[in-house]
Structures are given as C-alpha cells and as structure tokens.
Design a protein around this ligand. Structure first.
Ligand code: AMP
Ligand code: MG
Length: 425
C-alpha cells in the first residue's frame, strides 16, 4: 500500500486531476487498487474442492509428463534406421503392446511391434508409423511412405519436465487445472481462505420478497443480484438483510458487518440527499471517500475502510448496482482474494445495428445483445430502454456496450466497444 486512505482523504490534491464530483471510471479503479491488501490465511483442500479457489503457492511438476516414451498413434513401432527411403520398408511384427502394458522384449533390426496409442515404446524402437499407412500380411508389414525418424512418439517430459512450474501463486483454479493436477498425481493444494463479504440493502421503501407490497414499497432485489454475483466469484456471503434508513440501525449493522467480514457492500443511501447521513456515520467509524463517478448508470459510489474491512457503498438503482459491481468491485475482490493481476473483462469492437443516444463527458455502460448476423459476423444492439432501474435490461443483455467519455450520439452502423457478460453473470 503506497498511500494511506487518511492521507489520501486529507490531501486528495496530491493526485493529479482529482475531482470527487466527476471521477473518471479508470481513475476510480486505479485509486481503489492502491488500498487493497489481499487475504493471507491459507487452507489445504482436495483438488476437486479447489475449483474457483486461488492458489496460495506455486505448483511445480513432481514428475515428467508423460513419464515414459509412448506412442501417439495406433500403429507399429520400429527402428528409424530400418526405413528404406527409396523402396518399401518390410518389417516383421514380433508382438503387440497395449496402453499400460510394456512389451517385454527388445526390437531388433527388421522387426516391429504393433502398438496402441499411449503404449510404452519398446526397447530398441524410436519411431511409429500409423496403422493406416501400412499393408499387413500374416506377420509382416510393408510401407512405401516413410515417416520422419522419431515420428509419432510422445517423449517423457515433452509436456512437463520434473520441477517445471505448472501453476502460479494467485492462479484461479479452473476445470483444466483440476485435470492437470490429477495428471501429476497431486491430491491436495494450498489455497487462500475464501473472502468474507457482508451485504445489506438500505432504504425505508424496501420490503423482503416474502411480504406483500404496499403502494410506495419495492422488493429488495439488490441483495439477490449481489448474492448471484458474489457466489459466481466464490465469496463467502454474510447477508445482513434489508435495513431501514435509521441512523442507529445503520450504524450497528455497519459495525457488525465490518467485524465479521473482509468486505462490506451496501446498496442505496449514497445518492444526493441520503449520502450526508451515511457520510457522518462512516466518517465516525472509518475512512471513506464519496465519489460521483462520471458514468451512467452508477454515478454515486462510496469506497473506504471501516475497521479492517473494505467498504463499497453502491448506488440503490438495481442496474447501477450490477454495473458498479462489475466495473469496480469485481476486480477489487479478485485482488483481495489473492489474485494479484486479475484478467480484465475482455473488450472488443463490433458494429452496432441501431443508433444510440449518449451524452459526451461520461462513460456509459448500456446493456446490449451480441448476436451473429446472417453474414456470420458478430454485431450488437441495445436491449431497449436503458433506465438504471430497468433490471430486465440486465437479464436480456449478454454484454455491456461501453461508450467512453469522448463519445456522443451514435448512428446505426458505428463500431462500438462491447464487454461480454457470459461467464460472469
Ligand atoms: P437510493 O440510491 O437509495 O436513492 O435508491 C435509488 C433507487 O433505487 C430508488 O428508487 C430505490 O427505491 C431503489 N432501490 C434502492 N435499494 C434497492 C434495493 N435493494 N432493491 C431494489 N431497488 C432499490
Ligand atoms: Mg435509499
């Protein structure tokens, strides 16, 4: 950590262009990163349990993979020096080997054995010819087309050599990694403990989904989308429910959350009119910065620390919650979980088939649908109404259309940046 949040808050002008009322998206991301120190406690888990977890140590190969020379084909193994380049090669078949079973004898000049894919290369042989390329009569094979010497053999250590690093510290375990570790005979790995994330919603108008709605009330949906996003990131969730806009209750919930969790995420209560209330509370117990991010949706955002816990105060509007989570919280949580350089959400350019209304001076994350056009190329269209309360737009969307600050209204047919949501949501 290079700067303390207290120094930063008391002297934000030390940052170039710092404007809490119009923070560019990238700037806010960079600032948050400076304050993140990852969990360090570790635990040992079986490789199956390690899926989605973050490795706390690098893993190097305890053996050669493959650990013996073997055939890459169903065919015949022989000595390369026996190949007649001008004429047919004629070899006597002296036996057969299957995967897992070694041929006891040794191949001498003029001999070969029938070998299956994965079969151990017999002593004396160094080359395999595919069975489709030979003619076999009784126990003799002939072939005209000579393979390269040493062809079709997988050599010991060709994939991995003993001691070679296979997975780095901070790697997030994926299905291929489980298979890779199993292929090395590794049964357990050391991973960072899961990150504890406490969530609660704030708002007098919010009602639990188990009750019926009265006029003026809305169901608390944010805790559910947050639950989904956090579960996808493999966080341990502490759900503290829906909290009315009452100072004492907010204060006690906030303190409880910060004592139990590594990260506290709230929604609502950071917009104009409500923020003063939260500001007071948070400045009493922690160090908080309130930003108006130059983005839509998701303008108000609070970030800071309460005790040892990181705090993200997300806006209340349901789409804004999801957009700010993906744009700021996701990366921060991955870093806190022990991934030093999380892979950014990939962004690429595609043609947008409809015109888009957009105000220059802020980044917009419109919800889009990527689709394969009749000519096979990928294109995007907006989901429709883009209000920050229209959560159905997030359900319809499979991508964000990312429109940077400099961009204004766009004609249909313009190239736009998209960020794919699949695999995330
Ligand atoms: P706020 O940021 O608290 O001013 O809330 C902005 C808008 O989001 C208001 O219309 C709220 O009713 C709505 N809202 C806030 N929290 C939630 C929530 N947990 N679930 C659904 N809507 C919410
Ligand atoms: Mg509110």
């Amino acid at each position: 950590m290079t700067t303390s949040l207290t120094d930063f808050i008391s002297n934000p002008s030390c940052m170039d262009d710092y404007d809490p009322n119009s923070m560019p998206v990238n700037k806010a991301r960079e600032l948050i990163k400076q304050f993140l120190s990852p969990v360090f406690e570790t635990e040992s888990v079986s490789i199956r349990e390690s899926l989605e977890r973050i490795l706390a140590h690098e893993i190097s190969s305890p053996s050669n993979v493959p650990n013996y020379d073997n055939s890459a084909m169903d065919g015949f193994a022989f000595k390369a020096e026996d190949m007649k380049l001008e004429n047919h090669t004629v070899l006597k078949v002296i036996g057969t080997t299957f995967a897992g079973k070694a041929f006891a004898g040794e191949i001498k000049s003029g001999e070969c054995i029938r070998i299956m894919t994965g079969g151990i290369m017999p002593k004396g042989a160094d080359t395999v010819i595919m069975q489709e390329k030979v003619k076999m009569e009784n126990d003799v094979i002939t072939f005209a087309e000579a393979p390269q010497p040493k062809a079709n053999v997988r050599y010991a250590g060709e994939d991995l050599k003993i001691g070679q690093m296979v997975l780095t510290k901070g790697h997030k375990m994926r299905p291929a990694d489980l298979g890779l570790l199993a292929s090395l005979g590794i049964t357990e790995v050391c991973v960072y403990r899961r990150l504890k994330v406490a969530i609660f919603s704030t708002g007098d108008e919010l009602v639990s989904i188990h009750k019926s709605l009265k006029t003026g009330q809305v169901y608390d949906s944010n805790r559910y989308s947050l639950y989904g996003m956090l579960t996808k990131l493999d966080a341990e969730i502490i759900d503290l429910g829906t909290i009315a806009d009452m100072p004492e209750l907010l204060e006690s919930t906030l303190l409880k959350a910060s004592q139990q969790a590594d990260v506290v995420i709230t929604s609502g209560g950071v917009s104009v009119g409500e923020a003063d209330y939260m500001k007071l509370l948070l400045s009493k117990h922690g160090q908080i910065v309130f930003w108006k991010i130059a983005m839509k949706p998701g303008r108000p955002l609070a970030y800071g620390k309460i005790g040892g816990a990181h705090f993200f105060g997300l806006p209340g509007n349901p789409v804004a919650v999801m957009v700010t989570f993906y744009q700021f919280v996701r990366e921060a949580l991955l870093i806190l979980m022990g991934q030093p350089n999380p892979v950014a959400l990939p962004i690429f350019n595609v043609t947008c088939t409809e015109s888009i209304k957009k105000q220059a001076g802020r980044t917009e994350f419109q919800r889009g649908i990527l689709f394969a056009d009749t000519d096979g190329s990928w294109k995007v269209r907006p989901t429709g109404a883009q209000g920050s309360a229209i959560l159905s737009s997030m359900s319809l969307a499979n991508c964000f259309i990312v429109l940077n600050e400099s961009i204004g209204n766009l004609e249909a047919g313009t190239k736009v940046q998209v960020q794919v949501l699949d695999g995330l949501v």
